[in-house]
Structures are given as structure tokens and as C-alpha cells.
Design a protein around this ligand. Sequence first.
Ligand code: NAD
Length: 430
Amino acid sequence: MTVKTPEHKKAIKQGMLSNVMRQFDNAADIIGLNSNIRKILEVTNNELVVHFPVRMDNGEVEIFTGYRVQHNNALGPYKGGLRYHPTVDIDAARALAMWMTWKTSLAGLPYGGAKGGIQLDPTKYSNAELERITRRFTYALGDNIGPELDIPAPDVNTNPQTMAWILDTYMSTKSPAERSTNMHVVTGKPIGAGGSQGRDRATGYGVFLNIKFWAEHKKIDLKDKRFTVQGFGNVGYWAAYFLEKEGASMIAVQDAYGSIINEEGISVDDLLAYTKANKGSIMGFAGAETLDKANFFGLDCDICIPAALGNVITAANAPKIKAYLIAEGANGPTDVEAEEILLEKGVTILPDILCNSGGVIGSYFEWLQNRNGEIWQMDEVLEKLEKKLKESFTKVMETSAQRGIDMRTAAFIIAIERLEETYVQRGIFP
Ligand code: NAD
């Protein structure tokens, strides 16, 4: 099945899929992408939908639906996260898989793009149920994932523990002699289960570095700058942590439960400690006041970091945005209409495929270590990460300046041109 069937086009009108396709079309038009290569890149290679039964704590069986979409593997094995959320469906997986292809290509990694997950609300299940759901999902995916084929990683509502369950289940289906050669079937694992130093913070640190590179380029001092964060999970927390260390001040946060504000600044680590004791929610934190959710994006601040879900900055709230920099920690947070409004207003958007690419680069380092039987230290990982991100950032800034285009379009052009070159050199089988 392709992403461009007529019934499909109807269904995607306002979704993330139409956004990623429009971003792709825009960049492909500018470079006059070879029409045959365009045909290949606008469809997904493989789409897997699995329905599987899991026994709940009360003895009843529930059926779950899981997805894995593999968009393109011209540059290497498919790579991308697994999300556990009620909004996960085939279109979301398609869109997120496509963004992964552009992200890995832009980062110069030997990977393609994939994404998947399970349509569920994890807050409704016990830890033991989530473990059984994850293990049965892994079993259902079977050999459609693999360390040299398709390598999942954490995303919304999945974490190192989820990856450890996947790893253990996948390895258990292999013969004893092959087990440890399969360690790199997932990345983002806990350190004790083959994870890498620094992978936990890689995405948020990368978001911070992109902000820092941009600020240096613009000769802006980050000290005392005011920022807001949507999503206080893995990405949002670490981005805020590093920005605070640089002297910036987090004035508002929004998560799935609500929004909070303190114009004097919210302590990032105090808030983390609070959420850990409060079932993950920021609401009720003593160091801030409750804010009306509708006012979050209109707050007076310098930097806004969407680090939760897609399509949250739209034509409805873009005109109200006062931040001059949007650093996309999330995938697809800004829709195409909103981006037009923001660019018109002079707002800079550090695009997702660049801004949150620290995560997949960190995953690549973990994969390399597992594959080579190596263990790298934290400073080595963070140093390598910074070097790679700086390269991508510089390329995007140069392309943007040379062509007089925004940073997202520049990032897409770099990503697409790398794939185009690969197809031209390799040709199409047979
Ligand atoms: P997470 O599960 O650790 O955190 C998600 C956060 O978003 C939570 O604080 C949650 O409460 C909040 N949230 C959920 N629904 C919300 C809503 N409707 N409104 C406001 N907040 C809401 O997830 P994560 O791993 O931090 O991922 C966040 C985003 O970053 C996703 O878009 C993901 O695709 C992207 N991303 C993650 C990584 C990674 O390494 N984890 C890498 C690249 C991109």
C-alpha cells in the first residue's frame, strides 16, 4: 500500500502525513528532484499492522493493534522510534517514518527511516501489563525488525525499560549462540542492558546545542533568556536542563495534564523531582501557578520548545506566538500553515529533522558500540554528538543562506539530495 491512494488522500487532509508530504514536495520542487526518484520517496516501502492478544491482570484478554512502517532503506537499515499513544495509527506511523528518513539522511547516518507503536493509553495499564504488551508486540513484529534490518528506539511513552523488554524478547527467540550478536536490535536501552552513556540526554542535549549554535550565529547571549517547554518528558526535560545550566529561565511548561507558569523561573530539577512523585504530571507543583492551556503558546518569551506531539502549532495559535525562536524537540509540531505565518512574522524555526536529531545520532553511537563490542565514556559520546550536530547545523545554515530559503526547506533539500545521489549511483533493481 502506498501513501497516495485516493481514499488515503481523503483521510489525511489535516494530519501529520499531509504536512510531511507538503514539506517534501516543497523541497523536491525547488531542486527539481528526478521524477522517478520522487515516485520512490513519496511512498513507504513496507507497512505492518499487527493485532495481538495480551492477558490483563484481571485474567481477561485484550486485543491490541501495533504498527511498524518502514519508509525507505536506501542508506541503511530502517531506524525509528516506537510510540505508545491513543493517536498512533497507520497515518501517524507513515508520517513519522518519513521524517526519520529525512532526519537520518540529513545527519549523514547509514540508516533509513521507520516508525511505529501501539494505539493505547499507557496510563490505563499496570507495569506488568505494559511488559506483557511490549513482549507480545515484539513477538508479533518477529523478524520484521532486526539489528541490521530495522532498529526501534524510544519515543512518546516508551523508555529504556521498554527497549530492555524488546531486546530480551527478541534475543530469547534466537539460538543461544546468536543472542549477544543481536544486542543492537533496539537502541535507547538501559546501560545494564547494552545501552550507551549519554543516550538518555542525547535528544534534549541536541535541541539545546542547536539553540546554542543558532544563538552564537546571531550573537545572542542565552543568559536570562526566557523559554517555554511543551512536554516535560525525555526531550523536554533534558533540553530545559541544559538551557537552565546556560543561564536561561524556564517560565512555563505544558504537559498532557495541564500548564504551569512562573515568570521568575521554574527550577527544572525541582519540577522533575515533583513529576516523579506525581505520576508524571507537572500539575500542583508548588513553584508555579496553573495557567490556562489556551494561553501557553501566546506567552511572552524568547524561545519556545515544543517537545510533545505533532501538529500543536497551527494557524489558530501561530499569530499569537511571541517567541522569536521555535526549537522543535517534537516531530512535526508545526503545521505548514502555521510555519508560513511564523516565517512571515520573522520567527526562526529550528526544524525537527535537525533540532531533535541528537536522539538518532546517540542511537547510532549505541548501535556502533554494541556491534563492535565497545563501551564509550560519557564525555566521548557527548563530544562526538556535538561534532556531528555542528556539521548538520552548519550545512543547513549554509544551504539556507545560499538559496535564500528557510531552515526546514534547506534541511529537506540536503536530506533529499543525499538520497537522490544514492539512487542515481546504485540504480533500480533489476
Ligand atoms: P515522553 O513520553 O518522554 O514525554 C512526552 C511528554 O509530552 C510528557 O511530558 C507528556 O505529558 C507530554 N504530552 C503528551 N501529550 C501532550 C499534550 N496533548 N499536550 C502537552 N503535552 C503532552 O516522550 P519524548 O521521548 O520526550 O518525546 C517527545 C517528542 O520528541 C515526540 O514528538 C517524539 O517523537 C520526539 N522525539 C523523541 C526522541 C527521543 O529520543 N525520545 C528523539 C527525537 C524526537
